[in-house]
Design a protein around this ligand. Structure first.
Ligand code: FE2
Ligand code: FE2
Length: 266
């Protein structure tokens, strides 16, 4: 399902396909971002299986020749699935990533070395009328993960962090029941970062503090609706408690058996 892109800030659009696996009770977003402006930016490139819809939506918002930057938040396939397509279609685009992400992708794609800019945690790059800062979110599933803060609009791209499964499409997470969001987002954070079980709770706050200090106007990530206003404060406060909770279990073989039974012909 490819709902219309959502305008989250001036010239900033969330591409927000929703996918629901067979038998799954909830759906997940596989979002990315298009930032127009004097030097347009594509932030993450979705999954290869969603290529046609993704390409159509992204390039309805920006001309391929105008794209100057493509930022990859980390090397997971739901973020890099159309990276080669973008580099092929957008000859003026520079890939913004970091050394280890390119290393980890090198077994799958040959990325043009002369079209890269390596921006590590805390570093920034200028894209014409705006400056972006790479800031690692507090939860992640790849060591290469870097979020992206747009200093001109206050939009923070959180990569996999602050995601939550949903029952259907909403524009803003505030439209969902708070209790449901609290439970689902913490479970998702735990799946994403099971190492939270062994981290020092006090030291972990430093990572949360860095994102809080950005005072983002909007938080958008790959796997949930946008967060604004009080929802941002609540998500940050919830994340602070992650080291205190036990790791959330994953669905196991009984769930797979259930799914297969549902799929079996009557
Ligand atoms: Fe990931
Ligand atoms: Fe992801």
């Amino acid at each position: 399902m490819f709902p219309d892109p959502l305008l989250v800030a001036e010239g900033t659009y969330l591409i927000r396909p929703l996918v629901q696996a067979p038998g799954a009770p909830v759906a997940m977003h596989l979002n990315s971002l298009v930032v127009q402006g004097s030097e347009p930016v594509i932030v993450d490139t979705c999954a290869a299986l969603l290529r046609d819809g993704w390409r159509e939506q992204v390039f309805s918002l920006v001309e391929p020749n105008d794209v100057r930057w493509v930022f990859i938040s980390h090397d997971d396939s739901d973020h890099t699935g159309n990276l080669e397509l973008v580099l092929d279609m957008c000859p003026n685009a520079t890939l913004v990533t970091n050394w280890f992400a390119t290393e980890r992708m090198s077994g799958e794609v040959q990325l043009p070395i002369h079209r890269q800019r390596w921006v590590d945690d805390g570093q920034s790059f200028d894209a014409g009328d705006r400056r972006f800062v790479a800031v690692r979110p507090p939860t992640w599933d790849s060591p290469t993960t870097r979020g992206l803060f747009d200093t001109s609009t206050g939009v923070y791209w959180s990569s996999d962090a602050f995601g939550t499964p949903v029952l259907g499409l909403v524009d803003d997470i505030a439209e969902l029941p708070r209790d449901m969001v609290a439970a689902a987002s913490m479970e998702f954070s735990s799946w994403l970062s099971p190492w939270h079980e062994i981290v020092d709770p006090t030291k972990f706050q430093r990572w949360v503090d860095r994102v809080a200090a950005l005072a983002p106007s909007v938080v958008v990530g790959a796997h949930g609706p946008q967060l604004t206003g009080a929802s941002i404060d609540e998500a940050i406060a919830r994340t602070r408690t992650l080291p205190e909770m036990p790791a959330a279990p994953w669905p196991g073989q009984p769930m797979l058996d259930e799914i297969l039974a549902m799929m079996a012909p009557a």
